[in-house]
Structure formats: C-alpha cells, structure tokens
Design a protein around this ligand. Structure first.
Ligand code: ZN
Ligand code: ZN
Length: 136
C-alpha cells in the first residue's frame, strides 16, 4: 500500500514537518481555538509515529493536557495535541499540499462565532466527536 506523504511549513520556513496518513480536516469552533487561530481551528489528525517535526516549535497549554504548537519565530499555528491521546494534529493551513483532504466534521459548535455559518451538509458535534450529540 502506498502511503500518502504530506509536508507542511510555517510562514518563515524555520518550522517544517512531514506526515503520513492524515485524516480529513476537523473544524474546532471552541473558544480557545478561536482565540488561538483568529477564526476556528482546521486540523488533520495523524498517529504520533507518523509525523516528523523539525524546527522551533513553542507549545502553549490552553487546557490541562491540551496544547497548541506554533513556530517560535513567526508565530504560525501548526500543531495541536492532547497529551492523553496517541495522535497529533496539524493545521490544514500549514499543509503545502492538502492532496484531496476534505472536511470530516465540526466540533464544539455551540462556541462558534456568530458571524459565520456551518454548512448543514457537514457533521456537527456539540463537544468532542464520540462524546456528544450529533447533528447531521
Ligand atoms: Zn516560522
Ligand atoms: Zn478547539
């Protein structure tokens, strides 16, 4: 089986990564992600063993065990990780080529901004997936 390789980078180019087998894009509308990103989070999950990061990542905890990673030179938002999970997420915007990835779902929709709408054709969860009400 051929694995799809993705690469990503920040604005200044000092932080880069390689990732394999990314999942489709999850949008998180929680208040922390909205503050961190300036809009909402769009992130693709990978197993931790499937990603190699090189550069100057600074991690910031928005919650116990939940941290955002950004380039410590230019500030580009690149990673999200929960220390209790075996995965790491990369921001969709940091991908050099998103190679056919699509939107998979929206989470924490009750915290979304009032200035935009979520398409009714896309799966929506009140909290984390698997842990909350589904709207579809
Ligand atoms: Zn940078
Ligand atoms: Zn969030």
């Amino acid at each position: 089986m051929t694995r799809i390789k993705y690469t990503g980078s920040c604005v200044c180019g000092k932080t880069v990564y390689e990732a394999y087998d990314l999942k489709d894009v999850s949008y998180c509308h929680c208040k922390q992600c909205r503050n961190m990103t300036g809009h909402h989070m769009a992130a693709c999950q990978a197993e931790r063993g499937n990603i190699k990061i090189k550069g100057l990542v600074k991690w910031f905890y928005t919650h116990e065990n939940s941290r955002h990673g950004f380039c410590n030179n230019c500030g580009s938002q690149m990673f999200w990780q929960n220390d209790n999970r075996p995965t790491i997420s990369v921001t969709a915007g940091s991908l050099d080529d998103s190679k056919g990835l699509k939107i998979i779902h929206h989470i924490f929709i009750e915290e979304k901004g009032s200035y935009y709408e979520i398409s009714q054709n896309e799966k929506q969860y009140v909290g984390y997936k698997n842990n909350s009400t589904v709207y579809d």
